[in-house]
Design a protein around this ligand. Structure first.
Ligand code: SAM
Length: 376
């Protein structure tokens, strides 16, 4: 028996083979803790904040509580809406930026992030929006909880570690009074002197303060990209690929897409810092791939896709990005993809596009191009 029995919960993208669940033991612990607390303390009108819900399992299983979701991930917001609809639940507002949170909240269910800088950043935000008597539950799967988590959580309040189950742990934190404000260092800047780039990072934004090898290999191949009026950087992260594409083709209209609100904010700042104001227009989109995109078709889509989602290695997101790109390519347009050789993206591209050629290489990585035909 779990708290999710009776609910129907799907992942996004959906797991066709049905091997992966849309919730885990850490979610179970969080929901069970909230239910117990509400029953014991007769907490009827609670204002609940849900932080980092992966696919909306926490929102679905807390029906009846006034709640708000905060997640950096647009995919999480869409999955939450999808799962609420599947289970006949009402609407739960989800926000992507802490400025939209308001507060104060009486209780928080917090899926712990894996990176310490993200954990401390989220703790500082939670600290600013909870009431004095609030209760915070923070949980994660043991293999994903960062080392020294107790010490980091203790910055937020008094921590009680509750016995874990099924390789998951949960902590109860009482923020109370008198804890000093959590100080978060500004994200470090990534400098690429050979390209004349200074790229700001952000909590959880891919690459951080070092350039990803895949991104470097993709950028190195860009001089071979045909002249393109419309270019997309799909899964832009800090924006390095789109910025360098625009340097090669200053008149091109460039669109930056990412599912992470923080990434798109950082890409926007990096465009401002590293590109002059002249040339074609530049646009930014937060969302799941290009699903919500309705603008002009692209002559080139550039993509350094993720190969995992919430700690699980999967090609589902890459696959979805490739087919998504295909529907937004103009006749003759090309999708350029960089990937580790062993990932075998050439097979996927051939299946989707019927063609694939190599346009860049490195001992571990390849850059592949697939084009749509004139009849597309
Ligand atoms: N382009 C950057 C680079 O090369 O350094 C980042 C590449 S990183 C491997 C993959 C990026 O895809 C991340 O920024 C991630 O947030 C984004 N991403 C993951 N799933 C996505 C989705 N469904 N839609 C849009 N972006 C997504």
């Amino acid at each position: 028996m779990t708290v999710f029995d009776g609910f129907s919960l799907v992942r996004r993208p959906s797991d066709e083979r049905g091997l992966l669940r849309a919730w885990d033991a850490a979610d179970e612990l969080l929901v069970a803790s909230l239910h117990r607390w509400r029953a014991h303390e007769s907490q009827c009108s609670v204002r609940l904040l849900i932080v980092g819900d992966t696919f909306g399992a926490l929102a679905v299983a807390t029906d009846g509580v006034q709640r708000l979701g905060w997640s950096d991930s647009a995919v999480s917001h869409l999955a939450t809406a999808q799962n609420l609809a599947l289970n006949g639940g009402g609407h739960v507002a989800c926000v992507g930026s802490p400025e939209e949170l308001g507060g104060p909240f009486d209780a928080v269910l917090w899926r712990l992030p894996r990176a310490v800088d993200v954990l401390r950043y989220q703790a500082s935000v939670i600290q600013s929006v909870v009431g004095r008597r609030a209760v915070v539950w923070a949980a994660g799967m043991d293999k994903h909880v960062p080392p020294g988590v107790n010490a980091h959580l203790a910055e937020l309040g008094e921590v009680t570690m509750v016995p874990g189950v099924k390789k998951a742990h949960i902590f109860r934190i009482a923020p109370g009074d008198g804890h000093p404000r959590i100080q978060v260092a500004p994200a470090r800047t990534l400098t690429v002197p050979e390209w004349g780039l200074e790229l700001q990072g952000g909590p959880g934004v891919f690459a951080g303060d070092h350039l990803d090898v895949g991104a470097r290999v993709l950028v190195a191949a860009l001089p071979g990209l045909r002249e393109s009026a419309h270019i997309a950087d799909l899964g832009c992260g800090n924006g390095v690929v789109g910025i360098m594409a625009r340097r090669h083709q200053p008149e091109a209209e460039v669109h930056f897409f990412d599912e992470s609100h923080a990434a798109v904010g950082v890409a926007r700042a990096n465009v401002k810092r590293n590109l002059g104001g002249s040339g074609g227009p530049i646009h930014f989109h937060v969302g799941d791939g290009m699903y919500a995109y309705e603008g002009p078709m692209f002559d080139a889509v550039l993509c350094n896709p993720p190969f995992h989602q919430h700690g699980t290695v999967t090609d589902a997101v890459a696959w979805q990005m490739f087919s998504n790109a295909r529907t937004h390519l103009a006749p003759g347009g090309e999708l350029w993809v960089v990937g580790n050789r062993h990932l075998g993206y050439h097979l996927k591209l051939r299946r989707l596009f019927g063609n694939c050629r190599q346009v860049g290489e490195h001992p571990k990585f390849v850059v592949l191009a697939a084009s749509v035909g004139p009849e597309h």
